[in-house]
Design a protein around this ligand. Sequence first.
Ligand code: ZN
Length: 263
Amino acid sequence: MDYHIDDAYGYIGEFEAFAGIEALMDFLGNKRRVFRELFDNGYTEDLVTLRKALKGISSENENLNNEIVHFREMVSRCKIILVINDGCNDYYQFQAQDRGGIDSVEQNCSLDIFNDFKYQDIKSAHPPEKPGVFVIKVQKRGTDECEISNELTGEICEIKWKAMQHAFSHRLDQIVHMSNCPILYIGHAGTNPESRQTLADKYRELAYCHPTHFYVWALLKYNWKLDFGWMVCDYPKKYAAELKTEFVKHHGQMPLMIEREEW
Ligand SMILES: [Zn+2]
């Protein structure tokens, strides 16, 4: 079986076939409990302990040693969680009871941390001129994700600019693999009560220039209804980080529109 490692944002890398993953699991599992737990559970949220435990571990067997070096390098790139994926079962450890799948009319995240947000249609929202946290949430689904991807991929190919094609096809791929969770983005406006950046600023940015731009555009074009939701708070940056951590603990991955570089 082919094993690879994912983190909260998705794919990190394959296990190399220097010695075989079983040999690596055996070797590390006998060294420290943290490894045994990782291999038993298939995931860990405690990357700090894992990185510390990997320091200075080596084997006299050259193949095994190469595997350890490679494993350490992959762990160093993981953010928030590490999942050992056997290639056929994505994040099965995280059983979020969300409503929002293909046949669902209801769009609900099973986490209650978003309940107190104020929601308005993204096309006509009026968030206040105050710092706070915000989310982009599905209100009603539109055209099927695969159909969106097929159509837009065709159109983007016609532009014939490889780098742009690459950027867009990555995002279309993300859309196709969207989970049931209707929360698509978590962000913040300002860092403290004195911050000059406000929710209204961020909302305007969404229409002009924001990392979520392509996703929002693609979904709206294909008749999805999206909500802009917000909550005024004193320390938005810190609060948004807490929301993201809670989200990942529950779902095993970040919301669709949050990209690796942003965190
Ligand atoms: Zn959810």
